[in-house]
Design a protein around this ligand. Structure first.
Ligand code: SF4
Length: 472
């Protein structure tokens, strides 16, 4: 595509190109004029840290569908694709992966900026088809039921061949017929096509999802992402993963090994709800150890760490590791169904210290009605004990409970801003020095809480209030 001449569009174009040039691409399938714009409605850094942004594109490529990636920046106006830098207006089908509740605002902003009516039933034949799927639609598809022409619920692998077959007919049958054909799929909710019933589907994970590129901008800096597990065997009461992605699926260890060996010159990011629950972890670590492969993990449970895992992680991660005890005391972990005790936390921390980690980041959730001062005292004791082990820095990351649909905490309400700030002040005053407190923004968490519960028309009402007035 010819470079834009207008200053702002040129800046936007250059930004997209800069990210594109940062990518080390392993394979891709360009060529035909792509029909599908695959949008991750967040920044490039967030998008490229998600395997989904690559994997869905690969699944469509395999089916012979031309698809290009897009990401979102609040100042973008044209929205150029990563692959060819074509503007999004040229694509007749816009597929969004809805990974985080707050991205709803970005989806809506993008539509408004491109003059697409927010309400699906107000769109006409010349508008793009708005197709929305992803983890948020799995636990509450009705958030976007009025906005999307097609809401897809569940893993994309389940129906990608059928979705692709319909999309490929777009030029011949046109927008309305494509929506009607997609609405025939079990996994699809489409109000504009009069289809309100749907059945979600979880894929058996027969393939091992592997990203097709790496980039230094990802949270997993230059690492090749590979998914080893989907869903979680645990049922923590605040977490949708344990309640929506059922049954849990694990990738075949031999296939994972093949990928590691094939790309052994690269570093890997192993993606799963908790790597320590992967049943074939020991076999995998054997290959990693014998081949000298470097890797990091998206998440681990402190009660599952072993000396071998920590030693291997340390070769890549050097000094820091992250754990999520979540509950500030044993009582609170029990309330949260966290299934983790203080002795297990301390023993994991000790092991990590012994293999040479100096810094640890710990995640906690506060703001439940059962909390008392005693619980906070237990947190401070845990931090002091951790420092006594010889850790140089502890990052204490705190966020308020956000009660989510599909979880046992759904009926709870969220703590008030005032109360949250008071509890943070109390923590700050009492944590041992050398502990760095990082608190999640109440505003962002409350937004997440509100959006996660929205249904149908409520979403449009909500957006009317929350979108930047100048955008509407
Ligand atoms: S918090 Fe972690 S361990 Fe608990 S259900 Fe969610 S993913 Fe699983």
């Amino acid at each position: 595509m010819r470079k834009p001449r207008e200053a702002e569009a040129f800046r936007e174009y250059e930004r997209v190109l800069r990210y594109r040039k940062s990518e080390h691409v392993i394979w891709e399938q360009l060529g035909n004029l792509a029909q599908v714009a695959f949008v991750f409605p967040n920044s490039y850094e967030v998008a490229s840290s998600s395997l989904a942004w690559s994997w869905v594109q690969q699944l469509l490529w395999r089916e012979g569908v031309g698809v290009e990636r897009f990401f979102y920046e609040p100042w973008f106006k044209k929205f150029y694709s990563m692959e060819s830098q074509r503007p999004i207006d040229e694509f007749p089908i816009w597929m969004f992966t809805f990974q985080f509740e707050n991205d709803l605002l970005n989806i809506a902003n993008l539509l408004i900026r491109k003059k697409i009516p927010l309400r699906a039933s107000d769109r006409e034949e010349f508008h793009p088809i708005i197709f929305i799927g992803g983890p948020v639609t799995l636990f509450n598809p009705r958030i976007v039921s009025e906005i999307a022409d097609v809401v897809y619920v569940g893993d994309f692998e389940c129906a990608v061949s059928r979705v692709a077959a319909v999309i490929k007919e777009f030029q011949r049958i046109g927008r309305t017929n494509v929506i009607e054909e997609l609405a025939k799929l079990d996994q699809v909710l489409s109000k504009v096509a009069g289809k309100e019933s749907f059945k979600s589907c979880i894929s058996p994970l027969e393939d091992v999802p592997v990203a097709h590129y790496t980039t230094p901008y990802s949270v997993f800096k230059n690492k090749l992402l590979i998914e080893v597990g989907r869903g979680c065997i645990r049922r923590c009461a605040f977490c949708v993963t344990g309640y929506t992605k059922k049954p849990v699926k694990f990738a075949n260890v031999n296939r994972v090994r093949e990928v590691l060996l094939k790309h052994r010159d690269r570093e890997f990011g192993l993606i799963s709800a908790t790597i320590t629950d992967y049943p074939y972890l020991d076999e995998l670590l054997e290959t990693i150890e014998s081949e000298g492969i470097k890797f990091s993990v998206s998440s681990l449970r402190v009660d599952g760490v072993t000396e071998r895992l920590l030693k291997l992680l340390k070769e890549t991660e050097h000094y820091s590791f992250t754990i999520a005890p979540e509950g500030i005391s044993q009582k609170m972990r029990d309330v949260m169904l966290k299934d983790l005790n203080t002795a297990e936390i301390l023993s994991g921390l000790k092991l990590a210290r012994d293999v040479g980690f100096y810094n640890v980041k710990m995640y906690f959730i506060i703001g439940l009605e059962e909390e008392t001062e005693d619980d906070y005292r237990e947190l401070f004791d845990l931090l002091s004990e951790t420092l006594r082990m010889g850790y140089r820095r502890i990052t204490l990351s705190v966020n308020p409970l956000v009660p989510k649909p599909c979880t046992p905490f759904y009926e709870r309400s969220m703590i008030s801003k005032k109360e949250y700030e008071e509890r943070l002040k109390y923590i700050k005053k009492n944590v041992p020095k050398d502990v760095l407190l990082e608190a999640e923004s109440y505003k962002e968490c409350y937004l997440q809480y509100q959006i996660s519960k929205l249904k149908d028309e409520e979403t449009l009402e909500f957006l009317k209030e929350h979108l930047d007035k100048t955008e509407r």
